[in-house]
Design a protein around this ligand. Structure first.
Ligand SMILES: Cc1cc2nc3c(=O)[nH]c(=O)nc-3n(C[C@H](O)[C@H](O)[C@H](O)COP(=O)(O)O)c2cc1C
Length: 189
């Protein structure tokens, strides 16, 4: 049973770390909301517990990148259905394309993961169903040489979390708290 705000903060941080590290975690695929009232699922690639920063990978040409440039306010929603814990994170987004961090995230990704960046920008209209990939890359694992020219399509999206709205659904009475790095308060559920 979680009885203190410190325990709430620790629980949220543990879940976010696990979400980033384990593809089996319920929090591995949270929903990112941008200030233009759009939402989408992203794979959580990292969580730095010191700076409260989430890391995602995305296409630098994707609409969410423009939305964040226009207004950096973002929300991130993660829900563990088994534990019945919801985390609503609020913070600001920042996109990095040409940094050391983006370079290392690119080179540490598998060729298969990087293959997505060979294709057309997300959201283009087509006459029929398609992957957006060039024909030669369909079902193929591209080589480093083939991937090098599309490095510019890859970006790291960092979300600096300002506060976490933690909600635990329980038959004994739901619990809810808002925690920041340096404080927090209990809320009615
Ligand atoms: C399970 C799942 C995981 C996804 N992971 C990512 C991801 O890590 N990065 C990403 O940019 N898009 C990912 N997507 C696609 C996004 O949800 C979204 O459709 C795409 O990024 C375009 O978003 P935008 O138009 O808002 O920019 C994922 C989709 C699903 C269903």
């Amino acid at each position: 049973m979680i009885e203190t705000l410190d325990a709430v903060r620790d629980d949220a941080i543990r879940r976010l770390k696990e979400g980033a590290e384990s593809r089996y975690s319920a929090m591995h695929t949270p929903v990112l909301a941008t200030a233009d009232a759009d939402v989408r699922v992203l794979v959580l690639r990292g969580f730095d517990a010191d700076s409260w920063t989430l890391r995602f990978h995305t296409d630098s040409r994707s609409p969410k990148v423009d939305a964040i440039a226009a207004d950096p306010r973002v929300g991130v929603l993660a829900y563990d259905a088994e534990a019945k814990v919801q985390l609503r994170l609020r913070g600001t987004g920042r996109v990095e394309r040409d940094t050391e961090l983006a370079d290392s995230a690119w080179s540490e990704s598998t060729e298969f993961a990087r293959r997505c960046y060979l294709g057309a920008a997300p959201g283009e209209t087509r006459d029929g169903p398609n992957s957006g990939l060039p024909n030669w890359a369909e079902g193929e694992q591209p080589t480093e040489e083939q991937l090098a020219p599309v490095r510019a399509n890859f970006a790291v999206l960092l979300v600096k979390v300002e506060e976490i709205d933690w909600y635990w659904l329980s038959n004994d009475g739901h619990r809810r708290a808002l925690v920041r790095r340096d404080g927090g308060r209990w809320l009615t559920p």
